[in-house]
Design a protein around this ligand. Structure first.
Ligand SMILES: Nc1nc2c(c(=O)[nH]1)N[C@H]1C(S)=C(S)[C@@H](COP(=O)(O)OP(=O)(O)OC[C@H]3O[C@@H](n4cnc5c(=O)[nH]c(N)nc54)[C@H](O)[C@@H]3O)O[C@H]1N2
Ligand SMILES: Nc1nc2c(c(=O)[nH]1)N[C@H]1C(S)=C(S)[C@@H](COP(=O)(O)OP(=O)(O)OC[C@H]3O[C@@H](n4cnc5c(=O)[nH]c(N)nc54)[C@H](O)[C@@H]3O)O[C@H]1N2
Ligand code: SF4
Ligand SMILES: [Mo]
Length: 696
C-alpha cells in the first residue's frame, strides 16, 4: 500500500472544518492538515482539529468487547457480547415492554450511524425512546424555531458573516467553541462589520465588540423585549416584511408596549442607554446576522428565549437574505445531522412527527414492520424513569452522560440502577465504567460516512484507517445486534446504502447522494428536485409554515437564584482547548499542557471577600453536590457570578448543576445554579471527585 491523503471532516465542533488525514504505507496515521479549498474552513483548523491524531490513537482505545463482572471488565468475543445483550433485551422486553428500553445515539457519529440507531429503536425494539445530546444543547432551537419559522436550523451560512453589516453574538463564545468561525468573525469585524456581544461574561469577542451588553444570566427575554419596544417606538420595524410574511404582530406589539428599557434595568443589569443603543443598531442595519448558543438555550426559559430572538429578527425583516438570519451555532460535529436523522423521541428523520398516523404508515411501509405510535422518553426522562423503576435497559453510543448531564449523583444512580447498560465507545469514559458491556467503536477516521455541520452542510468523510482491534462502526454493530434479535431491518451492505435509504425517506435530503456530496464539498439541505444544488439561505420567499409566527413571550426567572446559604450564581461554559467530556482532547499532551485541570473563574471582589488567592484550592457546593478545584481570579466574570468548564471528570461541574427543565423541551438549566465557594484548609490539595465520593 502506498501512503495516501484521505479527505474527511474534523470530529469535534459543528463548524465542520475540512481535514486531510495523512496515512503512511503501513496504514498508520502520520499527520493531519487542513483542506485548502474548503468552503467553510478555507485552509484553517483550530488546535483541536490539529490534535485529532492523539484523540483516536490506538493505545488509548477500547479494542475488544468488555463484560463487567462485579467491578472488573473482562474481554469477550463480539458473538458472546451480542448474544447475552440480545437475550437480556428480549427478557426485559417480554417482562416490561418496549417502553422500558431505549437508545442514546451520538452527535459525534455519522448520519448513517444515527439513522441506524433510530431505526433500531423504532423498527427492532419498537420504541420511540431515542434521544441524544441535542436535548441538553439546541433542543429549544428545534422546538422554538419550528414554531416561529417552521424549521429549527441555522437560516444562513457561515460565510454570510462577510456580507453583513452587523453581527450580534448572543449567548455564544465562538472564539473558544467554533474557533475557526470565531476567527472569521474577527476578520469580518476588521473588514468593517459592527459587532455586538450579549453575554454576562467578558468573552474574547466582547473585548473587541462595539457594544458589550453584559446582562445578568437568564435575563435574555427582558432584554430582547425591551429592544423590540425601542424598535417599534422608533418605527424601525420592517412594516412590509411583517405584513407580507408574518402573523401575530399586533399581539407582539401589545406585549412589548410597556416594556421600556428603564423597566428592565434592574432585571437585566443593563443600563437603559445601552439597551437603546443596541436596539437602534439592530433596527437600523440593512443586514444584521444573529448568532446564538448555549447562553440562550440552556435555561428553563430556553424555548421562549429562542422565540424572543426570532421575534426580533422577524420584526426587522432580517431573514431570508444574505448576511441576515437567526443562526443557532449547532455544537457537535454532527448534532444537526443526529437531529435530522430523527434521533429524537418525537420525530422520524426529517422532523416527521411520530404521532402523525400518515407518517407512522410511511415508515411502517418503508421498513416493512410495525412501529411504535406514542412519543418516547427524552434522555433525562430515561434516567428519571429508571430511578422510578419504569426503565430497565439502555444502549448508549458516543456520549458520556455521567460527566455531561446535570446532577451527576442522580445520573450515576440511574446508570447503576439499570438492569442492562451497554456503552459503545472509543475509550474508557466515566459512563462506560458503569456499563455491563462496553463495545469497541470505530472513530470517524476508521469508517465512511457523512456529517452535517451547523450550516446544514452534509459532508462526506472517507475511511482512512483500519479500526484498532475488533472495533467496528456504530451502524455495523447495531446491524449485528438487530440480527441477534431476529431482525434484518439494518441489513445494509455499506454506508452508502444506509444513506440512500435515509435520503429516500427524508424530504430535505432527497436529492443527495454520495457522489453529489463529494463533488460539491458538501451540500446544504434542503436539497430536493426543486433545489438540487442545496440551499445556502433558508426562507428566502416563504416559510415552511407559510407565514412566520410572532409569539409574545414574557421574562421567566431562573429556577435557582443565589441566596444566603448559596450566595453565588454558577454558570458553566467551555474552554478552547478541551471538548465535551474531555475523553478525546485530554489524550493530547499539547492540549493538556495548555489546561491540565478543572478551574473556577471568580471575580477579584468575591475572591477577596472569601480570602481566595490566585490558584487557591477551593471547594464548591450546591444543593446537589460538591467538588474541589483551583480558583482563577479574573474580571472576565462579574461579581456574584462564578464560572466552571464541564470538561474535567476529576472536578465535574455537573456535580453541582440543576436539573430544573424547560417545560417544552426538558432542557435542563445548565447555565445557572446557586453555589457556595470556600477556600480549602491550608495545605489541602483539591481532591478528585472519586476521592471525595469514597469518604463518608
Ligand atoms: N472548545 C470547545 N468547543 C466546543 C465544545 C467544547 O466542549 N469545547 N462543545 C461544542 C458544543 S456541543 C456546543 S453546543 C457549542 C456551544 O458553544 P457556546 O454556545 O458558545 O457555549 P458555552 O460556552 O457553553 O456558552 C456560551 C456563552 O453563553 C454565555 N451565557 C451564559 N448565560 C447567559 C445568558 O443568560 N445570556 C446570554 N446572552 N449569554 C449567556 C456564557 O457566558 C458563554 O459565553 O460548542 C461546541 N464547541
Ligand atoms: N454543565 C454543563 N454541562 C453540559 C453543557 C454545558 O454547557 N454545561 N453542554 C451540554 C452540551 S451542549 C452537550 S452537546 C453535551 C455533550 O455531551 P456528550 O455528548 O456526552 O459529550 P462528548 O464529549 O461529545 O461525548 C462524546 C463521546 O463520544 C465518543 N465518540 C466520539 N466519536 C464516536 C463515534 O464515532 N462512535 C462512538 N461510539 N463514540 C464516539 C467520545 O469518545 C466521547 O466520549 O454536554 C452537555 N453538558
Ligand atoms: S473549529 Fe471546530 S471543526 Fe474546525 S478544527 Fe476547530 S474543532 Fe474542528
Ligand atoms: Mo452541544
Amino acid at each position: 500500500m502506498a501512503s495516501s491523503i484521505v479527505k474527511t471532516v474534523c470530529p469535534f465542533c459543528g463548524v465542520g472544518c475540512g481535514i486531510n488525514l495523512k496515512v503512511d504505507a503501513q496504514g498508520n496515521l502520520t499527520g493531519v492538515e487542513p483542506q485548502r479549498s474548503h468552503p467553510v474552513s478555507r485552509g484553517k483548523l483550530c488546535e483541536k482539529g490539529w490534535s485529532t491524531a492523539y484523540a483516536i490513537r490506538p493505545d488509548n482505545r477500547i479494542t475488544e468487547p468488555l463484560k463487567r463482572i462485579h467491578d472488573r471488565f473482562y474481554p469477550v468475543s463480539w458473538d458472546e457480547a451480542l448474544d447475552t445483550i440480545s437475550e437480556t433485551l428480549q427478557d426485559i422486553l417480554a417482562e416490561s415492554g418496549p417502553e422500558s428500553v431505549g437508545v442514546i445515539s451520538s452527535a459525534r457519529a455519522t448520519n448513517e450511524d444515527n439513522y441506524a440507531a433510530q431505526k433500531f429503536a423504532r423498527a427492532v425494539l419498537k420504541t420511540n425512546n431515542i434521544d441524544h445530546c441535542a436535548r441538553i444543547c439546541h433542543s429549544p432551537t428545534v422546538a422554538g424555531l419550528k414554531q416561529t419559522l417552521g424549521s429549527g436550523a441555522m437560516t444562513n451560512s457561515t460565510q454570510d458573516i462577510f456580507e453583513t453589516e452587523l453581527i450580534v453574538v448572543i449567548g455564544a463564545d465562538p472564539t473558544e467553541n467554533h474557533s475557526v468561525f470565531g476567527g472569521q468573525i474577527f476578520e469580518a469585524k476588521q473588514r468593517g462589520a459592527k459587532l455586538v456581544v450579549i453575554d454576562p461574561r467578558v468573552t474574547r469577542l466582547a473585548k473587541v465588540a462595539d457594544i458589550h451588553v453584559q446582562l445578568k444570566p437568564g435575563s435574555n427575554i427582558a432584554l430582547i423585549n425591551a429592544m423590540l419596544h425601542v424598535i417599534l417606538k422608533q418605527n424601525l420595524h420592517n412594516q412590509s416584511f411583517i405584513s407580507q410574511r408574518c402573523d401575530g404582530f399586533d399581539a407582539l406589539a401589545r406585549n412589548v408596549a410597556t416594556i421600556t428599557p428603564e423597566s428592565v434595568e434592574s432585571c437585566t443589569g443593563v443600563s437603559a442607554d445601552v439597551i437603546r443603543q443596541t436596539a437602534m443598531l439592530y433596527g437600523q442595519a440593512q443586514r444584521a446576522m444573529i448568532l446564538y448558543g448555549m447562553g440562550i438555550t440552556q435555561f428553563v426559559s430556553g424555548t421562549q428565549n429562542v422565540i424572543a430572538l426570532s421575534n426580533l429578527a422577524l420584526v426587522c425583516g432580517q431573514i431570508g437574505r444574505p448576511g441576515t438570519g437567526i443562526n443557532p451555532l449547532r455544537g457537535q460535529n454532527n448534532v444537526q445531522g443526529a437531529c435530522d436523522m430523527g434521533c429524537l423521541p418525537n420525530v422520524y428523520p426529517g422532523y416527521q412527527a411520530v404521532d402523525d398516523p400518515s407518517v407512522q404508515q410511511k415508515f411502517a411501509r418503508a421498513w416493512g414492520t410495525q412501529v411504535a405510535t406514542t412519543p418516547g422518553l427524552t434522555s433525562l426522562g430515561m434516567t428519571k424513569a429508571t430511578l422510578a423503576g419504569d426503565f430497565r435497559a439502555l444502549i448508549i453510543f458516543g456520549e458520556d452522560p455521567v460527566v455531561t448531564d446535570p446532577d451527576q449523583n442522580h445520573v450515576r444512580a440511574a446508570m447503576k440502577a439499570m438492569d442492562l447498560l451497554v456503552v459503545a465507545e472509543l475509550t474508557m469514559t466515566e459512563t462506560a465504567k458503569l456499563a455491563d458491556y462496553i463495545l469497541p467503536a470505530a472513530s470517524f477516521a476508521e469508517k465512511e460516512g457523512t456529517f452535517t455541520n451547523c450550516e446544514r452542510r452534509v459532508q462526506h468523510g472517507s475511511q482512512a484507517l483500519q479500526p484498532p482491534g475488533s472495533a467496528i462502526g456504530d451502524w455495523q454493530w447495531l446491524k449485528a445486534l438487530a440480527a441477534k434479535l431476529g431482525s434484518d431491518a439494518l441489513n445494509w451492505s455499506d454506508s452508502e446504502a444506509v444513506f440512500d435509504e435515509m435520503a429516500a425517506l427524508t424530504p430535505s435530503y432527497q436529492s443527495m447522494s454520495y457522489p453529489g456530496i463529494m463533488r460539491a464539498h458538501g451540500l446544504q439541505w434542503p436539497c430536493h428536485p426543486g433545489a438540487p444544488e442545496g440551499t445556502a439561505i433558508l426562507h428566502q420567499s416563504t416559510f415552511p409554515i407559510g407565514k412566520a409566527r410572532l409569539i409574545p413571550v414574557h421574562q421567566i426567572e431562573i429556577d435557582e437564584a443565589a441566596d444566603e446559604q448559596y450566595p453565588l450564581l454558577l454558570t458553566t461554559n467551555r474552554l478552547h482547548f478541551h471538548y465535551g467530556c474531555g475523553s478525546m482532547t485530554r489524550k493530547s499532551p499539547l492540549l493538556e499542557r495548555e489546561i491540565p485541570a478543572g478551574i473556577l473563574f471568580i471575580n477579584p471582589e468575591d475572591a477577596r471577600a472569601l480570602k481566595i488567592q490566585r490558584y487557591s484550592p477551593v471547594g464548591i457546593r450546591s444543593r446537589r453536590g460538591y467538588v474541589e478545584t483551583r480558583a482563577m481570579i479574573t474580571e472576565d466574570v462579574p461579581p456574584g457570578l462564578v464560572a466552571m468548564p464541564y470538561h474535567f471528570k476529576e472536578a465535574p461541574s455537573n456535580q453541582l448543576t440543576n436539573t430544573a427543565q424547560d417545560p417544552v423541551t426538558k432542557m435542563p438549566e445548565l447555565k445557572a445554579c446557586a453555589v457556595s465557594v470556600s477556600p480549602l484548609p491550608p495545605g489541602q490539595e483539591p481532591r478528585d471527585i472519586d476521592q471525595i465520593r469514597e469518604e463518608p
